[in-house]
Every structure is written in C-alpha cells, then in structure tokens.
Design a protein around this ligand. Structure first.
Ligand code: MF3
Ligand code: CO
Length: 256
C-alpha cells in the first residue's frame, strides 16, 4: 500500500524524523573503542522510551528475519551491512559501524542509518565507501520531487554507487514509510529514469544506499537476521526519511 500523508501527519513525521536523527547522533558520539553493541542497544531503548516513542524493530517479524528482531537498533560492524542484530561485541579502533534506527511517534514512523569509523583511525577504503553512500543518498534526494518517478531516484542513487566502483545489490533498498516502517513503493538502489510510481506531495520515502566493497552477494548470520557481505569485505549504509513536498523533497531525519 502507498500512503499519502495529510499536513497534520506530516507535522508529526517531522517530530519523528528529528527524534530518530537526534538518537543516532547521540549514539554516534558515544560509540567509542571499548563500547559494546549491547550498550548501544540499551542506550537506544532508553532514548526511545524516554521520548514516548515506539520501536519499529523490537517486535518486528518480517519474512526476511528469524522471529522477532528483539532489539531497538541495528548495529552492523565491518562486513555486517543490513539488519545487524546487536550482540556481545566490543568495538575496536577502525571498526566501520552502521547504526540503523526506526521509531514511530504520534502514529508516524521514520527510518535513518549512518555509517562511521570508530576511534581515531581513518582507513581510506572505509572513508571512501561511506562517502559514496552519502553522496548517493544526496543524489537520490535531489532527484526526488513531485512528478519524478521512483526510477529517477533509483537511477540517481545507482549512478553514484556505480561510478564509485561498487557492485549494487537490488534485494534490499529504500521503501515507502508512514503509519508503518515498510510500505510500497520499493526504491531499488539502481533503476531506469522515467519508470515506476510517480511521486506525489505527502509521500514519505526512506532512501537507503548501501554497498559492499567487492561483492553484491549477501549471507545471513547464524542469528537469522544479520546480513553480511559474502566475501567478508567491508560495507557501508546511509539512510534518510524524506517527504515529497510541493516543490521538491524535505529531509525529515536531520537533528534539530
Ligand atoms: N531500518 C531497516 C531499513 O532500513 C530495517 C530494519 S529491519 C529490522 O529498512 F527488523 F532489522 F530491524
Ligand atoms: Co529503511
């Protein structure tokens, strides 16, 4: 189903988006060498509950996971790129960490993800990979607006990722979002301009370019959730929730 939000719902979506962004940025500032992924999960839980919001993850039981997710945030280290289930792991210098968070507040959900390097080192391949997903996200947002089609957004994202030299996986991508986290339309991370659903004001989209250094193939962890690169290579992921407006797109998941 595709939902078009009314102005009052869009106002609530702005609050949800700012909350998601604030939590992610707080967690980014706290994630250091020696931090355990389970600490990050507990901090996320406390901030979600403290804000009166609801986790979109903890009870989530989609076909692509095994049972309820059971945690409040996705934490992906190095080769773990999507749906990373927090576990007892202590972050080390140079780890490439992805945090992906979706919550619902006032009946509207927002979803965002950031990737960054933990500690003081700046491995060039990690920095380049993160930058490619961020630039692809910006290009996708710039291509989104009333009258544009999903294929225009997908093409913009895929062009940046492809030019940066990364293989593109189309099993998981962006999605509509609104009263629930995952809705139509699906927004693949590559596509053809002029094709697909035509965007309209009031539509919320979560755009989420993600890449793996040298493969497009995913493998599922023994936990039944965490998706890792098949070759063990590093990965990165950047995501914003945006609203289609009368004249373009507004990023909802920016800190206030
Ligand atoms: N937020 C993720 C996405 O970007 C979905 C996570 S599903 C979970 O679409 F259950 F793993 F949390
Ligand atoms: Co998403």
């Amino acid at each position: 189903m595709i939902e078009i939000l009314k102005p009052a719902e869009l106002a609530r979506a702005r609050d949800t988006g700012a909350l998601v962004a604030d939590i992610l940025h707080t967690l980014r500032s706290r994630a250091a060498v020696g931090t355990n992924l389970l600490d990050i999960d507990r901090w996320a839980q406390a901030m979600i509950v403290g804000a009166g919001a609801r986790s979109c993850y903890v009870d989530y039981e989609p076909s692509f996971g095994r049972g309820p997710f059971g945690h409040y945030i996705c934490t992906g280290v190095n080769d773990a790129v999507l749906h990373g289930r927090p576990y007892d792991y202590t972050l080390a210098d140079g780890d490439l960490l992805t945090l992906d968070l979706a919550v619902s507040l006032g009946g509207v959900a927002a979803d965002a993800a950031i990737s960054f390097v933990v500690g003081g080192s700046r491995p060039p391949e990690s920095v380049a990979m993160i930058s490619a997903t961020e630039r692809a996200l910006s290009a996708g947002i710039a291509a989104a607006g009333p009258g544009a089609r999903v294929g225009d957004v997908s093409h913009a994202i895929g062009s940046v990722l492809g030019e940066a030299g990364y293989p593109i996986n189309t099993e998981f991508g962006g999605h509509g979002i609104g009263s629930t986290m995952h809705q139509d339309p699906h927004v693949p991370n590559t596509g053809q301009p002029g094709r697909g659903y035509r965007l309209r004001p009031g539509l919320l989209l979560a755009l989420e370019p993600w890449v793996m250094a040298d493969t497009a193939e995913l493998v599922t962890d023994a936990d039944g959730w965490t998706l890792r690169s098949a070759t063990g290579c590093r990965t990165a992921h950047s995501e914003h929730t945006i609203a289609i407006t009368g004249d373009g797109a507004e990023i909802l998941t920016l800190p206030r």
